[in-house]
Design a protein around this ligand. Structure first.
Ligand SMILES: Cc1cc2nc3c(=O)[nH]c(=O)nc-3n(C[C@H](O)[C@H](O)[C@H](O)COP(=O)(O)OP(=O)(O)OC[C@H]3O[C@@H](n4cnc5c(N)ncnc54)[C@H](O)[C@@H]3O)c2cc1C
Length: 360
């Protein structure tokens, strides 16, 4: 079989890019697992926050907002960033980091937003635009748009070998041999491994484990509660349906690419941090899971052709923001892959800052 573009990895990165390029090219999406979205994409905390990931990521998140909103994938949530007096410097730095952006941030009394917050949490920043993302619906929508435009989605099709033969890729997968002009690396935590298979220089994409727990608490959460994040980066939580709470200790444990599993210690740390923030009672841990967030050395995503290997395209390093940036990332990726003018939604974004060539 012969294609214009073979995309390795059918998480949100590969799926959203496939949806964007499939109307203009013959595309195959290769996924190692039985099911697309089994790794980071299926394990996220599912929120859209324009401040998450920092000022270097914010243009991608903000530009993705209209597509996510118009598609019906966002629901209002709001985010409250909280701190203690010792966090004053981080609080000021946070406000100044986003001062020149369109994000509406406001200093508030955090106690006015969270009943039961312990007295020492005196600092608050309100970010009203933060929203829930329906990740499963977004991912399914990308896969179905790609398929409808003619893309082939192959699961249990791990990339094993890739070599350049007469100016094209000869690609050996678990599912057979194919050819393509361009090989896209959207393999998440495995991005460097895929680069090595194709003979490209790895960038240094590193994977870090992050843990989430679903708690039953007293009093139960209500839909009016916001997402809450500690300014010192030690936890975040958000209310979920049925009065549940999703809580993360904001852990970032360096890990080899794998099927990440939660560690009891990280669950205990998460609960301890919650107990030092609010007077709520924890009635039980209902679920716990972990996933890998993968970052380039400068923690910005990597979109573009490798300078060292013809026809090899990076679409990796989505870190903790790969869902909320997916529409803009896919538009930028598609314009670079197809050599077309970028969509108006991302025309103001300087794609060069995300180019793999920044690593030399
Ligand atoms: C706990 C947690 C909470 C998060 N919360 C949020 C959030 O609230 N908002 C947000 O925007 N982001 C969040 N993220 C980050 C987000 O989940 C990721 O940035 C995003 O899912 C990355 O997508 P991806 O497609 O690059 O990676 P993945 O979803 O991991 O997909 C990569 C795919 O490549 C496949 N693959 C690997 N090697 C091969 C091979 N050789 N051949 C074929 N296929 C291969 C894998 O099987 C995998 O399916 C969170 C992440 C975690 C772990």
């Amino acid at each position: 079989m012969s294609y214009d573009i073979a995309i390795v990895g059918a998480g949100i990165a590969g799926a959203s890019l496939a949806a964007e390029v499939a109307p203009h090219a013959r595309v195959v999406l290769l996924e190692a697992e039985d099911q697309a979205g089994y790794h980071a994409t299926g394990r996220s905390a599912a929120f859209w926050s324009e401040t998450y990931g920092g000022a270097g990521v914010q243009p991608l998140t903000t530009a993705s907002g209209p597509a996510l909103r118009d598609g019906g994938f966002l629901e209002p949530l709001g985010s409250l960033h909280i701190g203690r007096e010792g966090d004053r410097a981080a609080y000021d730095a946070f406000l100044s980091e986003f001062a020149d952006t369109p994000i509406a941030l406001k200093a508030v009394d955090p106690h006015a937003h969270i009943a039961g917050l312990l007295p020492e949490w005196t600092l608050g920043i309100w970010e009203p635009s933060c929203a829930y993302i329906d990740v499963a619906a977004l991912h399914a929508n990308c896969l179905s748009r790609a398929r409808r435009a003619g893309a082939e989605v192959r699961t249990r099709a791990a990339l094993r070998q890739a070599e350049r033969v007469s100016g094209r890729w000869r690609i050996t997968t678990e599912d057979g041999v194919i050819e393509a002009d361009i090989l896209v690396d959207a393999a998440g935590a495995w991005a460097d491994e895929v680069a090595r298979i194709a003979g490209a220089n790895p960038i240094g994409i590193a994977a870090y484990r992050r843990t989430l727990v679903q708690l039953r608490i007293d009093p139960p959460t209500t839909p009016a509660m916001p997402h809450v994040a500690a300014i010192d980066g030690s936890f975040y939580w958000k209310p979920e349906a049925g009065g549940k709470l999703w809580l993360s200790p904001h852990d970032e444990i360096p890990t080899d690419p794998c099927d990440a599993q939660p560690e009891e210690l990280d669950v205990a740390i998460a609960i301890d941090r919650l107990e030092h923030a609010v007077d709520w009672r924890i009635m039980g841990v209902e679920r716990k899971w972990a996933g890998l967030r993968s970052f380039a050395p400068d923690r910005l995503p990597v979109y573009g052709f490798a300078a060292d290997t013809p026809g090899f395209f990076w679409f990796a390093g989505q870190g903790g923001f790969g869902i909320q940036t997916a529409p803009a990332a896919a538009m930028i990726g598609a314009s670079l892959l197809l050599g077309r003018t970028p969509d108006a939604a991302v025309a103001g974004i300087d794609a060069e800052r995300y180019a793999p060539t920044r690593f030399g």
